[in-house]
Design a protein around this ligand. Sequence first.
Ligand code: NZQ
Ligand code: ZN
Length: 385
Amino acid sequence: MFNFSFENTTKIHFGEDKIAAISKEIPANAKVLLVYGGGSIKSNGVYDQVVEALKDHTFVEFSGIEPNPNYNTLIKALPVIKGNDIDYILAVGGGSVVDGVKFIAAAAFFEGDEPWDILSKQAPINKALPIGVVLTLPATGSESNIGSVVTKDGNKLAFMHPFVRPKFAVLDPKVTLSLSERQVSNGVVDAFVHTIEQYLTYPVNGKVQDRFAEGLLLTLIEEGEKVLQPEFNKDLEVRANIMWAATMALNGLIGTGVPQDWTTHMLGHELTAEFNIDHARTLSIVLPAVMKVCKADKHAKLVQYAERVWNITTGSDEQKIEQAIAKTEAFFVAMKVPTRLSDVDVDASKVDTLVNRLEAHGMTQLGEHQKVTLDVSREIYHLAL
Ligand code: NZQ
Ligand code: ZN
């Protein structure tokens, strides 16, 4: 395995009715900006629980962060922060709200003229406001990682910085009961692909990382298929396992000391930016094609994945790989997400646009060996048609 330094400082409060914990986590004298999205928290009781927990704090609200958070919305928070001397931000929502808050927290201290440079030029971040999270959608892992993805004028870009890692996150599986079936599926699939992007590369004898990753994949398959069945749909143990798996899939742990890929995500981001397809649904379309096109480079790990995750133990390596890819697609179908571009009405005439976007964003050498050039990406999009 590679050398590494590992740190994850986010304190997690996990379990039913844990939202009250935020009152002790946020300093008593803090001036808090409570940030949320389109209002789901108002109808499922989360807002009321947060307001109750903040009753002894001074806070103002900023809402309206949309899925795939938009820069033009986020920068409207900056005068609110300045005007109210805000010194702590509480994000209440899914990955979009948390990512949006990470950008706002860094932009509040940005010294240049154009905070978009944080994403487009990876401009340095010297300071950020502290962030707390009440997570309402298990999927991205954003609640305890250092990444954020923001969109501006059709450009969906990411930045990473340790200063924006949340100080704490509350994970109450009960608050996920109000999610639509589509959002629950999306979350399971996103977490599954996060695990795959850090696992399905080449072996470096990282036994702990591999077995943690395989445990997460097995959990997400088992609980993901269960949660869509009526008898388990409201089961809080199923919800809890999905929630914790999604956090663990992208909190840095399984990715330390091992190669990572992220091709599927980068190709997926262009699909969201161009066609507004839900993040997870871009991944379920792109991943099977990545597995097929990059089969040779991923050979050893694909065999391991077939054997340990899908229990395919007979046949040649090639047959095991074929079956594992078929099983992955069948899992996505069971999760009711698309597996082909044709499922979302994207045809071959759009591939050039997508490849041009990758080029414009510098995504010309993706993958664990930087061998996914624009030509390889084109092949992947074509195979996904
Ligand atoms: O805005 P509200 O009204 O809250 O509604 C949201 C939104 O419409 C709704 N929702 C959330 N919790 C709910 C709920 N509805 C009912 N009950 C609840 N408990 O769900 C919708 C989708 O929310 P969103 O936050 O967009 O979903 P998700 O958590 O999947 O986040 C997706 C974003 O995260 C980025 C994606 O690119 C995308 O922009 N990612 C962030 C990553 C990171 N920071 O590490 C990694 C990921 O790979 C991903 O790229
Ligand atoms: Zn993702």
